[in-house]
Each structure stands twice: as structure tokens, then as C-alpha cells.
Write a protein that binds this ligand. Sequence first.
Ligand SMILES: Nc1nc2c(c(=O)[nH]1)N[C@H]1C(S)=C(S)[C@@H](COP(=O)(O)OP(=O)(O)OC[C@H]3O[C@@H](n4cnc5c(=O)[nH]c(N)nc54)[C@H](O)[C@@H]3O)O[C@H]1N2
Ligand SMILES: Nc1nc2c(c(=O)[nH]1)N[C@H]1C(S)=C(S)[C@@H](COP(=O)(O)OP(=O)(O)OC[C@H]3O[C@@H](n4cnc5c(=O)[nH]c(N)nc54)[C@H](O)[C@@H]3O)O[C@H]1N2
Ligand code: SF4
Ligand SMILES: [Mo]
Length: 724
Amino acid sequence: MPEKPANVRSQCPYCGVGCGLEILPPAEPGKAVRRDAEGTPIWGTRGDRSHPSSLGQVCIKGATVGQTLARGRLYQPLYRESLEEEFKPISWANSFDLLVERINKTLQSKGPDGIAMYGSGQFHTEDYYLAQKLLKGAIGTNNFDANSRLCMSSAVAGYTRSLGSDGPPCCYEDLDQCSVAFLIGTNIAECHPVLFQRLLKRKKRQPTNVSIVVVDPRNTETSKAADLHISISPGTDLALLHGIGHLLLFNSKFDNDFIENATDNFPAYAKLLTNWTPDRVSAICGIPETHLHELARLWGRSNGVLSLWSMGINQRREGTAVVGGLINLHLMTGEIGKAGAGPFSLTGQPNAMGGREAGGLAHLLPGYRHVTNAEDRAEIEQAWRMKAGSIAAKPGLTAWQQVEAIESGALDLWWVAATNPLVSLPNLERVKAAIKRCPLVVVSEAYANTETTHYAHLLLPAAQWSEKEGAMTNSERRITFCPAYRRCHGESRPDWQVFAELGRRLGFEDHFSYASSAEVYAEFTALTAGRICDVSGLSHELLQEQGPQQWPFPQGSQPSSIAKRLYTDWCFPSSSGRATFVAEQPLGLAEPPCETYPLVLTVGRYLGQWHTMTRTAKVERLQSMHPEPLLEIHPDDAERFGVKHGSQAAITSRRSSLTAKVKVTNRIRVGSVFLPMHWGFSQEKACEVNTLMHEQACPISKQPELKATAVVVAATTSVVKASK
Ligand SMILES: Nc1nc2c(c(=O)[nH]1)N[C@H]1C(S)=C(S)[C@@H](COP(=O)(O)OP(=O)(O)OC[C@H]3O[C@@H](n4cnc5c(=O)[nH]c(N)nc54)[C@H](O)[C@@H]3O)O[C@H]1N2
Ligand SMILES: Nc1nc2c(c(=O)[nH]1)N[C@H]1C(S)=C(S)[C@@H](COP(=O)(O)OP(=O)(O)OC[C@H]3O[C@@H](n4cnc5c(=O)[nH]c(N)nc54)[C@H](O)[C@@H]3O)O[C@H]1N2
Ligand code: SF4
Ligand SMILES: [Mo]
């Protein structure tokens, strides 16, 4: 593949805002060649003004992504029989032979469910789709799950329960049109910065037309911009939402027309609300009653409430119920399916949306179909030209269930691709102990030295964004074609090609023969025809020629940059055509603070770091913004536990202990402390925060409560070094 010169456009491969990037070659006419600190030529990026989602804006990560693409890469497949041995090079041909042999052996000894893959919202849609066809079709196990399980699965389950299907109904233009921006459990200033800037611009332009409300136990860069910051006690969001509902109900601020014509189950919800009185809610949430009244007043008088949320409410052992509680308020007030209104989950990863469309969770099939639905299975089997019954009816193992299955000896082959679970899964010491027991761990990875590569037997070098062609869908359902504008490093290959070749070698020669990723995409889009996420009118060619498009985009649709919303006709994709109120009592935290562990640790992100830092640690500018992880603690707690600003503290939970430097700040609630998620054991300043976290999860979405665990903090002089 030749390196392409100029005028290349793509989607940013970091967060789910999915900004458009214009790619600039290392050597621009009349300018010196751009090089990184090691002298490697680097491609530049800048905001693509023609991209309808971001209108030329870009944040510091998108602006520096070019510096991350070449350094520290994995160049060739490597293999070792046991984790004690050193890796040795192995050819791709021998890697496939090994995979086929071990898959067949497992099929004989344990059946298809002895194999599992753990993938990622950082796949392109084509990678995702072929992983489904390989696992769920050719191998015959639904054991494919993605890191979206740790991220968006409560939103997926919440939309599906309340509205009848997954699918965020809003678009970014709603930020310019809402009268209340209700930001709950989201720090968009650091995590979706381009949307934050858009909201700030609106506020500056029309200060009295929009109120910004932030619900977060911390004072964040986001809450700095709030008209009302509700510093809620961690894990009490559902009580808060019911409290708002209570006041709306008793002040008659609901939309009877919408409730009558478009919803079911309002009486049960109204009954539940009666008990959620302001005094009770303010006591549970630890907030002044006046805040609750102010919130309900804003909701009640507003035409255009836009709720934005992400991990603060998804990562809860009652995540689906909280998402349901938020959607209830929108249904009650008719604040959905119109400009400036609606429940809008901000997707974390660049293509977690595409993953959902391609069926990339253990209970899904392509086109928002479900493995438990016989008709859905039959449609996919037919389209895949596979025997009836090829797809199993039982949902596969979710991310954490895969770990448990390894632990119990039920999995013989665990394939990890485009995620770094040895940093990002909870209860990490248990994960480490489990993985060591797995007979074959395959890791498809772009970089040579991640925490998870230390636990691999077979390491497969992956071509990444910029080196492979594919599509990605952002949070507002907009699909952007991402071209391959750089050569693959060494022997690395796109993930979809690896899955296709393995499919062919497993005996599905015709089913997996594709000349290009455009062909893979065409097969996928055809499968969405008639579904809510219909993209049957899209192709690589159209996206390249006409630019990014939003779904739905059925065959015959005209390309357009006019923003689309779902449910403008009040018709919902449920069997009754109506949305449903869900009425659930709040449960609170799975592991509340107690005498021994009196503080709630919450874990989140820094503006300039991306997840497990495989990319962002390579950019000097980003590293200097956040040189190390800091434990944020309130001055009162610092005094109570005897820790000083700038000194080391030991943080201990029921599972583990680690040390971190202390930052005393009144930007956090008394009783809560904060650590970033980014620094795994291979970083110099390692702070393996997920060794502290528990794995208890929402029973519906199976999303673990990665936002809260009970800890105790103490002063220490010794720094504990993390290791594998
Ligand atoms: N810079 C940067 N941006 C990113 C990423 C990154 O790694 N770095 N990752 C991307 C991904 S995959 C994701 S999922 C998103 C995540 O985006 P966000 O969800 O915005 O980010 P987090 O920092 O994980 O958590 C958000 C906030 O939840 C708050 N919170 C904790 N507990 C509670 C609670 O009980 N209730 C409420 N209401 N709030 C609570 C935390 O204090 C935190 O400020 O970011 C995406 N964007
Ligand atoms: N306590 C706590 N834990 C959390 C969270 C939290 O808020 N709190 N957040 C959770 C969330 S929301 C998320 S999304 C996860 C994220 O956690 P991870 O998914 O583990 O994080 P990444 O660093 O993004 O891992 C992606 C890996 O894929 C590699 N890669 C990049 N491109 C490609 C490619 O094209 N192909 C292949 N094969 N590899 C590629 C990268 O080098 C990197 O190693 O963490 C979760 N864990
Ligand atoms: S806001 Fe997100 S998508 Fe946009 S440039 Fe920044 S990281 Fe990339
Ligand atoms: Mo995420």
C-alpha cells in the first residue's frame, strides 16, 4: 500500500465524539519534515471543517494522534508455549496452523464454548462484523464480548428496555438548541472536549437561553461551567432522578398527551414516585433540598431538556435502572424526539456504536438483533449461508464471565483483541491469577509492550487506524470512512483480515473470501436493511465521495448533512410501538463505605490521557500535562487520615493495596477520593487502580461498578512498586 499524499480525511480514533480529522503528511510543501522525539517522520492532523459532527474542531488528543502511530509497535507474530518462556518469532502461516489446531482440539474436548474472544470499541466495524461471523457463526459460540461491556452496556440495556431498542436518539445540534443541558455522571470537559466547547460557545452566545446542570460528586472542569452543580453522594443518582420525578408529578409538570399516546406503564411509575419526597431524596443524595427544587423547576418549565451521560451512571451495579430512571423523566415530560431534547448517552470509544450495530456483545447479532430471538438467528444464518442452528440460542460469556470461565477451567482459548484488560478489568489480581491458568491466550495488539502482552502465548501484530480501511460510527449515529493512509508496520495485519483468513482455514472457504474491507462492509450493511440502525444505503464508496452520513440510511437515501433525530413521530421500536416507564427502587452502591473502609474511591479520566496509555504515553505534550496519577482527597479527609499534599498515601480496599501521591483539594466531596484509571503496571509511575475495584455488576447489563469501591487511606513513606 503506497503512503497517500494529501487531502486525506478520517475520524479521530480516540473518543466517541468522532471528530473529523484532516490528515497532513510528514512533509508538506515548503516545510520541514515533522519528526517525533526519536526522529521518526510523523503525520499531522487538524480539524476537518467539512465534518458535520465537529465542524473543524479538535482537542489535544486528536491533534497529536499522529505522534503515536509508529513508536513501540509490534512487528511480527510471536509465540511461546508457556508464560515463563521468552517469546520467539513465528510466521503468520504457523500462527494460523496453531490456531486451527487448538480450536479443533477445544471443539472436541469442550465444544465451541471452550473458546472466547474479548474485543473492543476500537475495532473498525468490519473487524467487529467478521469477529461475530467467526465466533458466532463458524465456531458456533456466542462467547464474543467487547470492552463496551465495561462502558456502554447499561445504556444499551436501558434504551432497549425503555424505548424498545438500542440507539441514541439525539444529535450534536441539540446542544445548540436545548434550554437545559443536564449532564449527569459525565465529565465532558475532559472526556468529550469538542462537545463541551460547543456547549460553552452556545452559553456564551445565549447565556440566558440555556442552563447547564452537572451532577457529579466531584467539582470537575465540566462543573466549573455549570449554573447548578449537584455534588451528589456517589451511587445515589436513581434516588435523585425519582426525586425530580416526584416534584414534576406533584406540580403537574408532565405531558399528558405524550404519556397517553406514546407510553405504557405510567401508573406504576407514578405510584413509585409518591415515596420519593424531597426530604428523603436530599438526605440520601447528601444535597440541599433547594437544589432538588431548582432542578425540578428547570425540568418543568423547559422546552428542550437534553440529558447527557456516560460512565458516572453506566458503571453502576444498577446502571440499567439508572438509565431507565433518566429516560422516565424524558417520557414523562415529552422531552424526546424533538430538537434540543432527549436522553443522549455519550459513547466512550470511537466505534463502540459501530460495534453495537455489528452485534459486538455476547447477547447480540448484527443489525441490533438478539441471539435469544429465533427469527433473528435464522435471518443471520441464512445471510451467512450457514446451517440452521449454527448460531447458539444462549447468550455468550460477558467480559467478566470470561475471566470466571478461565478460572474454573471452562475456557481453553482466550483471544484478546484491541483492548488491554490487564489494566481495565476490575479485580485485577484475580484476573492475573485466572489468565495464568488459560492454556492458550492470544493477543492481537498494535504495540509491543502492553500489560496484556505480558500474559500472551501468541501475540499477533495488528495494523491499526491509519493503516487499515474501515468505517466508524460516532455518538450521534454518524458514520465516517477511515482510510488507510500509512503502510502497515512490519508484518502487522488488519484484524478483519486475520479473522477472515482463520474462517477460511476452519473450512469456511467461501464464507470468508473478501477482496477488500469494502466487501465486508457491504455484507454487513445489507444485514441492517429494515432494522432501526438501517445503513443498507451506505458503502465505502458513498462515504468516501459524499462524506460522513448519519443513520438511519436505508437503500436509496440521499446523502445529507442535515442532522437526524429518532422518534420524532412518537413511534417506538417496541412490540406495542410505545415506550415504557420502568419503575425500580434504588439500591445504592454494591460496596458501600463501612468502618474499616470508610471512603468511596471513584475512578475516571484525565483530559490528555487515553485509557491504558498505549498511545498517549508516547506524546511528550500529553505526558507533561499529566506526568503522574494523583489521589484527590478533600482537606477534611486528608486531616482525618493524616495524609499531606504531595506526600505518598497507601490506598487499601478489600482486594488490594497501592500507593499514590496525594493531591489535597476541595474539588471532591468529603467521604470520596478519586484516582485516574490510566497507569498500568508497565508504566514507570504505575498505579494499578483496578486491583482495588470489585467486579459486582448490574444484573441486566452485566456492566461492573467500575466507579466505586470502599477504601481506606493512610500515610506511608514506602512506595509500592506494581509488577505483573
Ligand atoms: N481524555 C479522555 N477522554 C476519553 C477517554 C479517556 O480515556 N481519556 N475515554 C473515553 C471512554 S471509552 C469513555 S467511556 C468516556 C468516559 O467519559 P466520562 O464518563 O465523562 O468519564 P469518567 O472520568 O470515567 O467519569 C465521569 C464522571 O463520573 C463521575 N462520577 C463518579 N461516581 C459518580 C456517581 O455516583 N454519580 C455521578 N453522577 N457521577 C459520578 C466522576 O467523578 C467523573 O467526573 O470518555 C471517553 N473519552
Ligand atoms: N476503574 C475503572 N476501570 C475502567 C473504566 C473506569 O472508568 N474505571 N473505564 C472502562 C471503560 S469505559 C473502557 S472503554 C475500558 C478501556 O480499556 P481498554 O480497552 O483496555 O483500553 P485501551 O488502552 O484503549 O486498549 C485498547 C488496546 O488496543 C490496542 N489497539 C489499538 N488499535 C488497535 C487495532 O486496530 N487492533 C488491535 N488488535 N489493537 C489495537 C491499543 O494499543 C490498546 O492496547 O476501561 C474500562 N475500565
Ligand atoms: S473530542 Fe474526541 S474525537 Fe474529538 S479530537 Fe478529541 S479525542 Fe478526538
Ligand atoms: Mo469506555
